[in-house]
Ligand binder design. Structure first.
Ligand code: GLU
Length: 483
């Protein structure tokens, strides 16, 4: 049977790290098994769901490279893929459940249900609803009243109270003891299903074979299992992934300063680094390999290797990993990604960037070693754009060095073909002409004369990227030190 899994976000905000990991595990499992990865938008919370958030979620998933096979934007054989467009499915199933005596209408208003709950609690009882107590609301008068006002009843599910057993693909056997919950709502009075109900109906009609999601949904799984049973539907496999914890051992949240996937993208994380890091939050490679391409992740992914222990989020490791990817990325692609950061920091405008793309490629290559987030890049590139303020104290010039730099100027003037090879040849020639020169002093002072700094990219890169005119102009400044 074809494996079909789904990622089912509620479009109420950005794609967060936890959601991204869930999406990734579903994606990797589907690809590993040659199955289908489906995107379903769970927008039944009408007040909090927005189109903007749906678009952002999709954008973030695409950015991560997690392409879905069916979804609201591309369709598929099991659509629609937005719950708000599937209300007829839920209505039909409610009808079926009511006919089977597994669901019933309650003509109560939300505040009355709340009041009932409070009453149970104050009597020291479990706040579990049952049919007997709820159907008391269904008086003739009340039903009439609802009809006249155009109000609709709430539909409750008859929860069969017993022990339920789940064979979870990650957690192993999970036992839900009797007495944990009571009857619960399927359809709200506005005709909108609750998450648990819509989820079961959709997973069933979309032929979902494996439900891979966070273990914060375990208590929902109990409700969902009861519904599958009542409907005589085949239960999908469940795999509940453990939570991600912050370094303090508490559930990962904004408090830990961790941003959305979009937030990481905006700070210059590469999707490959993000995906690699997220995959290791709970899963591990059989050989303990940590730097893995998407292909390697797909080839090696299995639910058996997903730990049932919580994963600890370590932003330093993510940073380190991003640095690794930045250093090893195809330079053309990296420069294209870097464009936004460079233009945003106003080192140049878009047109200048495009017209000098080859130059920027070299410049990015020259500084990328020390960069872990692309947002740090413009600061490193500044030496190519700003006039250095020379601090005479940094310079340790003697007459010999000054003579050598003037000689270097002469030699540089003669270069026709401005290439790194030629520049290197000229460096060597100049040094050869004055054998007493200390090479280290020569290069260090040259760096300071050109950039005003004692460190930075390779000197050869600096000279090459500055270009002949700028190098000559800056070398001329040593004249003023001449005695
Ligand atoms: N909409 C639910 C959420 O965002 C989906 C849970 C599930 O995968 O069943 O948490």
């Amino acid at each position: 049977m074809e494996v079909r899994v789904r990622f089912a976000p509620s479009p109420t905000g950005y794609l967060h790290v936890g959601g991204a990991r869930t999406a990734l595990f579903n994606f990797l499992f589907a690809r590993n098994q040659g199955g289908k990865f489906i995107l379903r938008i769970e927008d039944t919370d009408l007040e909090r769901s927005t189109k903007e958030s749906e678009l952002k979620l999709m954008e973030s998933l695409k950015w991560l490279g997690l392409k879905w096979d069916e979804g609201p934007d591309i369709g598929g054989n099991y659509g629609p893929y937005r719950q708000s467009e599937r209300l007829n499915f839920y209505r039909d199933v409610v009808k079926e459940l009511m006919e089977k005596g597994k669901a019933y209408e309650v003509y109560a208003r939300p505040e009355e249900l709340e009041e009932l709950r409070e009453k149970l609690l104050s009597k020291g009882e479990l706040p579990h609803y049952n049919r007997e107590m709820l159907e008391q609301f269904n008086t003739k008068r009340r039903i009439e009243e609802f009809k006249n006002n155009g109000e609709k009843p709430v539909v409750f599910f008859v929860f069969e109270d017993k022990e339920y057993e789940l064979d979870d693909l990650i957690k192993g056997k999970v036992i839900f003891r009797k007495g944990a919950i009571g009857d619960f709502v399927l359809l709200r009075s506005n005709g909108i299903p609750t998450y648990n109900f819509a989820c079961v109906v959709d997973d069933h009609f979309m032929n979902i074979t494996h439900v891979i999601r966070g273990d914060d949904h375990l208590s929902n799984t109990l409700r969902q299992m009861a519904m599958y049973e009542s409907l005589n539907w085949e239960v999908p496999h469940f795999a509940h992934v453990s939570m991600i914890l912050g370094p303090d051992g508490k559930k990962l949240s904004k408090r830990h300063g961790v941003s959305s996937v979009e937030g990481y993208r905006d700070r210059g994380y590469l999707p490959e680094a993000m995906v690699n890091y997220l995959a290791l939050l709970g899963w591990s490679h059989p050989d303990g390999k940590e730097l893995l391409t998407l292909e390697e992740l797909i080839d090696n992914f299995s639910l058996e290797r997903v730990s049932s222990n919580p994963a600890i989020y370590d932003e330093n490791k993510l940073r380190w990993m991003n640095g690794y990817y930045i250093r090893n990325y195809d330079i053309e692609d990296l420069t294209k990604i870097a464009k936004k950061f460079i233009v945003d920091s106003q080192l140049c405008d878009e047109e200048e960037f495009e017209n000098n793309f080859e130059w920027f490629k070299e410049a990015v290559a020259s500084v990328r070693n020390g960069v872990e987030e692309l947002i740090e890049l413009p600061e490193k590139l500044k030496i190519y754009f700003e006039k250095p303020s020379l601090n005479p104290d940094d310079l340790k010039l003697n007459q010999e060095l000054i003579e050598a730099y003037l000689k270097l100027s002469e030699n540089i003037k003669k270069i026709d073909d401005w290439s790194k090879n030629e520049i290197l040849r000229i460096f060597r020639e100049t040094l050869k002409e004055n054998r007493k020169l200390n090479k280290k002093d020569f290069y260090m002072n040259l760096r300071i004369i050109l950039t005003g700094k004692t460190e930075g990219p390779e000197l050869l890169d600096i000279v090459y990227l500055f270009g002949k005119d700028k190098v000559l102009k800056r070398l001329l400044t040593v004249e003023s030190f001449k005695k």
